[in-house]
Design a binder for this molecule. Structure first.
Ligand SMILES: [Zn+2]
Length: 289
């Protein structure tokens, strides 16, 4: 027989810091996913692209677009890593409020991990966000505030606010894209008309290198082939079919402030992990856990 469960929220309390640790692990998993994503772009990437034979300027034969190495998934993964870190820290304060206050924080206790620019802001936050925490724990949180020179909390705050309230973190990519193209040109003799007897297919194999700067999601880069066998063909004599391209994205991913994605996320994870470890050691020493 099925019995409908109570809809009342149950404040299940696992061992203190269990949820905090679990969220930090999730953040680490998201960062590993991002690392794998980046690695997957650095091996030859096969794409089919439509190309256009254009202009009769000397040496310009064909033009096509390459997709950039970023799709919609990457900013989502970066956002998830950041939100997991932010949540781990909020869970930490909630657990501390519970441990120090000796009871379940009530709905009116809006506990959260404060990240503030000035000491006055921290004093204000202590009355609400840190309600129930003892003074030693408050001091430990104060030590990682941006105004005390902490290098990772201001970054976490910046990215977290953007991702949560505005839009996914705008990740960009810069680097080189060496590529090989294999394409078919429909070539016909000049002046001979477009009928099939006079037309032939010419296969071109090309190697080239392109540079992309600050490419974002959905951006494409136009490439022109201006050298090699391509030089002999123009719009007058050729139309083109799809090109098979093999591209390597040899570059790096950046956050909106120009910091490298992976290194910065690791810095945030490291900062949060060390802080949680400090609290864990402190709670152990005080025989709370
Ligand atoms: Zn041609």
């Amino acid at each position: 027989m099925l019995v409908a469960g109570s809809r009342k929220e149950i404040h299940r309390r696992p061992k203190p810091l269990t949820d905090v640790r679990a969220k930090l692990r999730r953040a680490a998993q998201h960062i590993s996913e991002i690392e794998a994503y980046i690695r997957s772009r650095q091996v030859p990437h096969r794409v089919k692209e439509k190309i256009q034979v254009e202009s009769n300027e000397p040496g310009v034969a064909a033009r096509f677009s390459l997709p950039t190495p970023i799709d919609d998934d990457l900013p989502m993964m970066v956002g998830e890593a950041i939100q997991s870190l932010r949540a781990a820290l909020d869970y930490l304060v909630y657990d501390l409020a519970w441990i120090d206050g000796g009871q379940v924080p009530q709905d009116q206790d809006r506990t959260l991990f404060p990240i503030v620019e000035r000491p006055e802001g921290f004093a204000k936050a202590a009355k609400t966000a840190l309600k129930g925490l003892n003074s030693q724990h408050c001091q430990m949180l104060q030590a990682v505030q941006p105004y005390n020179g902490c290098n990772w909390t201001p970054l976490l705050q910046r990215y977290s606010n953007r991702d949560k309230h505005r839009h996914p973190v705008a990740v960009t990519w810069s680097g080189n894209c060496p590529f090989e193209a294999d394409l078919i040109l429909n070539h016909r003799q000049q002046g001979s008309g477009a009928n099939s007897e006079d037309a032939c297919k010419i296969r071109l194999k090309l190697k080239a290198d392109a540079k992309m700067t600050n490419a974002g999601v959905g951006d494409r880069v136009d490439l022109r082939i201006t050298s090699g066998d391509a030089q002999g063909h123009r719009r007058e004599c050729c139309s083109a079919e799809n090109a098979e391209l093999s591209v390597i994205f040899d570059g790096a991913y950046y956050l909106p402030d120009g910091r490298p994605v992976l290194e910065t996320l690791r810095l945030l994870l490291d900062g949060a992990t060390k802080l949680v470890a400090q609290f864990e050691a402190e709670l152990r020493a005080a025989r709370v856990i």
